[in-house]
Design a protein around this ligand. Structure first.
Ligand SMILES: Nc1ncnc2c1ncn2[C@@H]1O[C@H](COP(=O)(O)OP(=O)(O)O)[C@@H](O)[C@H]1O
Ligand SMILES: [Mg+2]
Length: 275
C-alpha cells in the first residue's frame, strides 16, 4: 500500500479509532469485504508511527504461532529460557507495549481466539515453561472482521466480543467511492467511465437477485483492466462475477451483470441531458 494514498472520507471513524487507541482499549472493526477495514487500520498505525505486530487470520493458524514456541535445538543447549523462546506476535506485542493488529480475526480457530481473552482483559497470559507474562503500557488489540454471514469464519465468542469496542464500517457515499477510484487509477480513464464503474458496483448492492454485492475493489479492477485497453463491458464481465454472490446458485452472474449495465446506462444518460 503506497503511503501517498490518503483515507477518503471516514472522518468520524478516524477520530473514534484514534481516541480509543489513545486509551489503549481493544477495538474491533466490522464491515463487509472491501469497505476499507484493513486499509484504515494500516493507514492510521502508519500515520501515528505506532509500533505494531500484524497477523492475518487463517483457519489453520495455531495458538503456538500466536504466542511463540521453544526452539528444540536451543532448548537442548540452554534449557527453557528467554533465549530459547521464539516470540510470536502476541508475546512480541505484549513485551514491546505495541498494538497487535489481527486482520480478519473471525477466520481464526476458536482456540486461537481464546488465547486472547486474558491478554485483552487482564493484560497477562500464562504459558507452559514460561510462567506469567505481563503486557507493557501501550499493548492493545485492534482486529477486523467480516459480518457473520461470510463463509470460512468462526463467529467470535461472547466473551471475546465483550472485550472490544466496536466500530462499524459501511459502504461509502457515491462521491467518496468516486474519489477512492480516482486515487487508484491514472488520469487516462475518463471521468464518465469512472462514474459508470461506481454506479455499476453500487447497483449490485441493491439488486434483488444478488445476495452480496461488489465493493470498491471491483471498480478498481474494472479501471485497471480498462487501463490495459479493455472496453467497459469486457472489463466488468471479468471483474464482477467473482465479487458478487447471487441469491440463486443456478443464476448466471454474467447475464445479470450485462443486464445491470444496460439498465444503468439509460438513467445516467437522461440525467446528463437534463443538466
Ligand atoms: N476510505 C478509503 N480511502 C481510500 N481508499 C480506500 C478507502 N476505503 C477503501 N479503500 C481502497 O479500497 C481497497 C480495499 O480496502 P480493504 O481495506 O482491503 O477492504 P477490507 O479490508 O474491508 O476488505 C483498499 O486497498 C483501498 O485502496
Ligand atoms: Mg481486509
Amino acid at each position: 500500500m503506497a503511503n501517498k494514498t490518503k483515507i477518503i472520507g471516514r472522518e468520524k471513524e478516524v477520530q473514534q479509532l484514534k481516541k480509543v487507541m489513545g486509551l489503549h482499549r481493544n477495538i474491533l472493526i466490522e464491515g463487509p469485504v472491501g469497505v476499507g477495514k484493513t486499509f484504515l487500520v494500516q493507514q492510521i498505525l502508519t500515520e501515528l508511527q505506532q509500533k505494531f505486530e500484524r497477523v492475518d487470520g487463517d483457519t489453520r493458524y495455531t495458538e503456538q504461532k500466536l504466542t511463540g514456541w521453544f526452539d528444540p535445538p536451543i532448548v537442548l543447549k540452554k534449557g527453557y529460557s528467554k533465549e530459547s523462546f521464539i516470540e510470536g506476535p502476541l508475546v512480541a506485542a505484549m513485551r514491546g507495549g505495541k498494538v497487535l493488529f489481527i486482520n480478519e480475526l473471525n477466520r481464526m480457530p476458536e482456540a486461537v481466539q481464546n488465547i486472547l481473552l486474558p491478554a485483552m482483559d487482564e493484560r497477562r497470559i500464562s504459558m507452559p515453561k514460561m510462567g506469567e507474562l505481563e503486557a507493557k503500557g501501550g499493548f492493545c488489540v485492534i482486529a477486523t472482521q467480516n459480518p457473520r454471514e461470510f463463509t470460512a469464519t468462526h463467529a467470535l465468542s461472547e466473551a471475546l466480543l465483550d472485550r472490544f469496542e466496536m466500530i462499524r464500517l459501511d459502504y461509502q457515499t457515491r462521491d467518496e467511492e468516486l474519489s477512492i477510484l480516482k486515487q487508484e487509477v491514472s488520469s487516462k480513464i475518463k471521468m464518465e467511465n469512472l462514474e459508470r464503474m461506481v454506479d455499476l458496483i453500487r447497483a449490485t448492492r441493491n439488486h434483488m437477485g444478488i445476495k452480496r454485492g461488489a465493493s470498491i475493489r471491483a471498480a478498481i479492477s474494472i479501471a485497471k483492466l480498462m487501463e490495459a485497453g479493455m472496453d467497459f463491458e469486457a472489463a466488468a464481465l471479468m471483474a464482477l462475477p467473482s465479487r458478487i454472490e447471487l441469491v440463486s446458485s443456478e443464476g448466471d452472474p454474467r447475464e445479470l451483470i450485462l443486464n445491470l449495465i444496460s439498465l444503468n446506462e439509460f438513467p445516467t444518460l437522461s440525467e446528463k441531458k437534463k443538466s
